[in-house]
Design a protein around this ligand. Structure first.
Ligand code: PLP
Length: 448
């Protein structure tokens, strides 16, 4: 049992990410003790199906001894090596090469970070450098999508379009702009895919003009599926159309695959399903399956070569002490081996089962929309299906749904507007997928 003193220590000293500090002090912490496969066990000994893979990151599932051994071996041999001064480590070099080989198109150059936020930060810095050294320093405006999430760094949080990340933080910066999301369920253009794509293209063109034309715009950012905005899946062809427009306008296209990468939607990278080769791509989470922190930025030949030629013999001044950490890289190599040794295939099977099961919930009176791809899905709840009326915010649906799920043995993401998010590990068994669906129906049947 969780001792009161641990709750008190947490309350007094541990500042939690993206939390109401006062609300958390009142509620107290829930401590997880252990995990195996697709399940986690809490302090009270209750075992739950983790329908969210931690924070959409433990794609391989918990408790892989081979990952633990890869990390331990690397820690014994060489726990740290800087990438500064021309130094390096074998796992980092091998992981960069393995990722480049599997990445779309000519994304042949990999810059390792500690996670997704600093991966996004890295792209902003490198894009400014790229535009400057190619003689376009005026291309300094950045565009992203409403409902988009691009991390919590000072710069990335401005590209993020979630209000909590801006309020009282002085964000976004005046060079960070948004266009409406493709959000099919609530799109003013309607639900027809062609109309949604046309509306997004028109919005991007209009925004580019509004900020001074293509000569002012450095880059456009999009997630292949918007995760933290509520798992918003664009129509097929949306990514390609936006990517092609960016190419026409000489604007760099950045695919933020921090959630969608590493089998979450089926393939290793969601871009490949959309037949898109971005100029830059950000990844993290599933890269190491959450066992240790790591992110990776992929750069096209053109972006890398332009920056390299621009600097000549001078240093490109961007780096972290823990860039290309050898232990994280060793974990990344082993995780990649597991993905290709059956996990991706299992994830694809499990994803079809999850989507079919969740779609069966569509007739429930509270379910307005079911959407997703692979093992990334959402169920949007409404109080009135015809009017698509969201659950009242005053009823704090996120907290209530999360608690109800927990007491039914299920961990899911409950968004504030009554959207249930799913991102279970790729190792899920059929029985675990069925449990996620059945428990969701039970949660819906209990009064919200
Ligand atoms: N980009 C996207 C699309 C994300 O979903 C996230 C995190 O959820 C990030 C960036 C930031 O990653 P991190 O939390 O590892 O800093």
């Amino acid at each position: 049992m969780l001792s009161n003193s641990l709750i008190e220590l947490d309350r007094a000293h541990l500042v939690h990410p993206v939390a109401s500090y006062r609300g958390h002090e009142r509620m107290g912490v829930r401590v997880l003790r252990s995990a195996k496969g697709a399940t986690v066990t809490d302090d009270a000994g209750r075992t739950l199906v983790d329908g969210f893979a931690g924070l959409w990151c433990v794609n391989a599932g918990y408790g892989h001894d081979s990952i633990v051994e890869a990390a331990a071996r690397q820690m014994r041999e060489l726990p740290y090596a800087t990438g500064y001064f021309g130094l390096g480590s074998e796992p980092a070099i091998r992981l960069a090469a393995a990722l480049a080989e599997r990445a779309p198109g000519d994304l042949n150059h990999v810059y390792f970070t500690l996670g997704g936020s600093d991966a996004v930060d890295t792209t902003v810095r490198l894009i400014r450098n790229f535009q400057t050294v190619r003689g376009q320093p005026g291309k300094d405006q950045f565009i992203s999508l409403e409902q988009g999430y691009h991390g919590s760094s000072t710069v990335g949080a401005g590209l993020t379009a979630l209000p909590a990340f801006h309020a009282n933080f002085g964000l976004p910066f005046d060079w960070q702009h948004k266009i409406p999301s493709h959000y099919a369920y609530r799109n003013p253009a309607g639900s027809d895919p062609d109309a949604i794509i046309a509306a997004s293209l028109a919005a991007l063109r209009a925004k580019v003009e509004a900020v001074g034309g293509p000569g002012r715009v450095a880059a456009f950012y999009a997630e292949p599926i918007q995760g933290s905005g509520g798992v918003l899946v664009p129509p097929r062809g949306w990514m390609k159309a936006m990517r092609d427009l960016c190419a026409d306008l000489d604007i760099l296209f950045v695919a933020d695959e921090v959630i969608t990468g590493f089998g979450r939607t089926g393939p290793l990278f969601a871009c490949t399903e959309d037949e898109v080769v971005p100029d830059l791509m950000t990844t993290a989470k599933g890269l190491t399956s959450g066992y240790v922190p790591m992110g990776a930025v992929f750069l096209s030949d053109r972006v890398y070569d332009t920056i390299a030629d621009g600097a000549g013999e001078a240093a490109v001044g961007h780096g972290y002490t823990y860039s290309a950490h050898p232990v994280s890289a060793a974990v990344g190599l082993e995780v990649l081996r597991l993905y290709e040794d059956g996990l991706l295939a299992n994830g694809r099977r499990a994803g079809e089962r999850l989507m079919a099961g969740l779609r069966d919930l569509a007739d429930h009176p509270l379910v307005g929309d079911v959407r997703g791809r692979g093992l990334l899905a959402a169920v949007e709840l409404v109080v009135d299906k015809a009017r698509k009326t969201p659950l009242p915010a005053a009823a704090d649906p996120a907290r209530r749904i999360f608690d109800r799920a927990w007491s039914n043995g299920l961990v899911i993401r409950a968004f504030g507007n009554g959207v249930l998010g799913y991102a279970p590990p790729l190792c899920c068994t059929d029985a675990e997928i069925d449990a996620i669906v059945e428990r969701t129906r039970r949660i819906l049947d209990q009064t919200l």
